[in-house]
Write a new protein. Structure first.
Length: 598
């Protein structure tokens, strides 16, 4: 199936411009991309150029223009044209009646993430939103991009179509497509394979222990399982771009591509390999959920400002639920491993006090100012829309399955959204999203949404797991006897034992301990972050201990009354004596027997 092409309205769509970018990198070790934009056919007295402040899929204003330097504008005779900067990301050129304008500038690129730019002696990588201007009102016009590699052996990998007869030149039908097309330039390794008769490419940059002979068959399984959910693949060609880095982790979805950043030696351990496969499943699922099935607020992108929506809990949450479920369906790991992964995420949710403060809808709305801008109080006042959304979608899946005897599920919700909104790329409102879920569930879910999406009530996960023959077992903090609760999180940094988090309402708060305090001793004996759990097991709840700290460089001693122990983690396990109905529900959900996960 070929995707529908969306165009944004333009006040100047009758004027066809010739827009051509050239990107050179003559000295890669300088980390500077040298960019040239040539505009032909211009007819107005002013030319406005704007650089995006964010890129779709990463909901944070990143101020890409801060990396721009050495701006200049000239006519076709190489005469300088007057220009001025109007705002942080807006340049304006006096064209003086000429129809051809050449703009040159350089972009500093030394940040290796999936949403930024990186250039060094080994490769060049860039996200077009972080490198290119757009002309307001002309976003729907096509753009050619020519890459000038610094070495003959460097090649270009990008999801865009090449321009026939033009070396390293590619065509973007509009600016939205250009933004959605990351470029990898260098001597990376490419591996090609087919799924459902369509071409796929895995391009790997960096050294590490990734084994394409193992990775590609598992990626093929992921693609096939996800294609089966939606009834086919909505592209002609797809690119997986993998960066192997020292400590990086992340992914960014695009319509026909995804960028992945993973630790270079993270493929040998089974747990870490499974995490990589979940990352692949996550970003690939996004080509439907959020790239094509997306909220109304993201139907057309405003690249200059925040694009607010309350629905990211579903965009990212449903995708996070499926990224754990799909490898199990694909046979990459078993149902027991799936439940272990869900246990870890449930444990993370329960360790976040902010889940009882911030609704999932508000977390979605405030993504721009909170999720990527964490501070010492974040866990007390907010919850990740990824994590809370995953838990909500998990409960919805179990709810629909239980009510329908596994005849319907969250899969049917995704298919319905694909048919109603995704194929035509028409954005949905929050009300339409709820209605779609209700349509599949065949019941009013207003109370559910009020309590768990727009409210902060605890999700009834344990109640729904019981319907499928599962229970939750808590694990106490530490081994042997259980440590009392303090509300402190202490980590060792540069030889200091620093308080990183203090839980709201905890004994530590009542004692007057703050984040960034340096822990020194308990009851007169020196202790460290590593020793703290063991030291606390020498005490009982209700005991009063003296904690010595440096507080803003002042030596202080705080009296702390220890609280009752808290679970450190939760584990999903089979019921001790499941009923036939529970076993049937479980079998319909995970396609295996409850006895297989004991």
């Amino acid at each position: 199936m070929t995707e529908a092409t969306k165009t944004r309205p333009s006040s100047k769509s009758g004027i066809v411009l010739d827009l051509h970018y050239q990107v050179a990198m003559p000295n890669p070790n300088s980390h500077l991309f040298e960019v040239m934009l040539r505009v032909r056919g211009w007819q107005a007295s002013l030319l406005d150029l704007k650089m995006p402040v964010w890129t779709p899929g990463s909901y944070l204003v990143r101020e890409y223009a801060k990396h721009l330097q050495d701006f200049s504008a000239r006519d076709e005779e190489e005469r300088s044209l007057p220009w001025r900067k109007i705002s942080k990301n807006h340049w304006q050129i006096d064209t003086l009646g000429v129809s051809e304008i050449t703009v040159r500038y350089r972009i500093f690129a030394n940040e290796l993430t999936v949403r930024t730019n990186h250039l060094d002696g080994t490769h060049g990588y860039f996200n077009p939103a972080a490198l290119f201007f757009y002309i307001p009102g002309r976003e729907e016009q096509s753009i050619r991009i020519t890459i000038v590699p610094p070495q003959a052996e460097w090649r270009v990998t990008v999801p865009l179509s090449p321009v026939p007869g033009k070396a390293n030149t590619f065509l973007a039908p509009d600016f939205d497509t250009l933004v959605d097309s990351p470029f990898e330039i260098g001597s990376h390794r490419s591996y090609y394979f087919e799924v459902d008769g369509l071409e796929h490419e895995l391009a790997i940059w960096g050294q590490g222990n990734a084994e394409p002979s193992k990775i590609i068959p598992d990626i093929e399984k992921i693609i096939q399982v996800e294609a089966d959910i939606f009834g086919g693949l909505p592209y002609d060609r797809y690119l997986f771009l993998l960066h192997l880095s020292a400590q990086g982790y992340g992914g960014l979805e695009h319509k026909n591509c995804c960028s992945l950043n993973y630790p270079r030696l993270g493929f040998r351990s089974q747990d870490r390999y499974h995490r990589f496969i979940q990352l692949v499943a996550h970003e690939f699922f996004h080509l439907w959920n959020v790239k094509r099935i997306r909220p109304k607020a993201l139907e057309e992108f405003d690249y200059e400002a925040e694009n607010y929506t309350t629905s990211l809990w579903f965009c990212e949450g449903a995708t996070s639920y499926y990224d754990i479920l799909i490898p199990a369906r694909a046979g990459i790991y078993d149902a027991k491993t799936f439940l272990q992964s869900m246990s870890k995420d449930f444990s993370r949710l329960m360790a976040t006090p902010g889940r009882l403060v911030q609704p999932a809808s508000e977390s979605s709305w405030d993504a721009w100012i909170k999720l990527y801008r964490r501070d010492a109080n974040s866990d007390n006042c907010q919850v990740s829309y990824y994590l809370k959304g995953e838990m909500i979608c998990w409960v919805l899946d179990l709810h629909i399955r239980d009510r329908s005897g596994n005849e319907r599920s969250l899969d049917d919700v995704m298919r319905y959204l694909w048919q109603e909104f995704g194929i035509a790329e028409v954005g949905y409102s929050p009300e339409q999203l709820q209605q779609a879920i209700e349509y599949v569930a065949r019941e009013d879910l207003g109370e559910f949404f009020d309590r768990y999406v727009y409210g902060t009530e605890e999700l009834p996960i344990e109640q729904y797991l019981e319907l499928f023959g599962l229970r939750i077992k808590t694990k106490a903090n530490g081994n042997g006897n259980t440590a009392p609760f303090t509300g402190l999180t202490v980590k060792s940094e540069n030889g200091k034992n620093l308080v990183k988090f203090v839980e709201v309402g905890s004994p530590a708060v009542r004692a007057g301990i703050d984040p960034d305090d340096e822990l020194l001793a308990i009851d007169g004996l020196r202790t460290s972050a590593e020793e703290l759990p063991e030291r606390l097991k020498d005490y009982q709840p209700g005991d009063e201990i003296a904690i010595a700290l440096f507080h803003q460089d002042e030596l202080v001693v705080r009296s702390l009354i220890l609280g009752e122990p808290r679970p450190s983690s939760y584990r999903i396990m089979p019921a001790k004596q499941p009923t036939p109905g529970q076993e049937k529900n479980f079998r319909g959900w995970l396609k295996t027997e409850l006895s297989d996960i004991r």
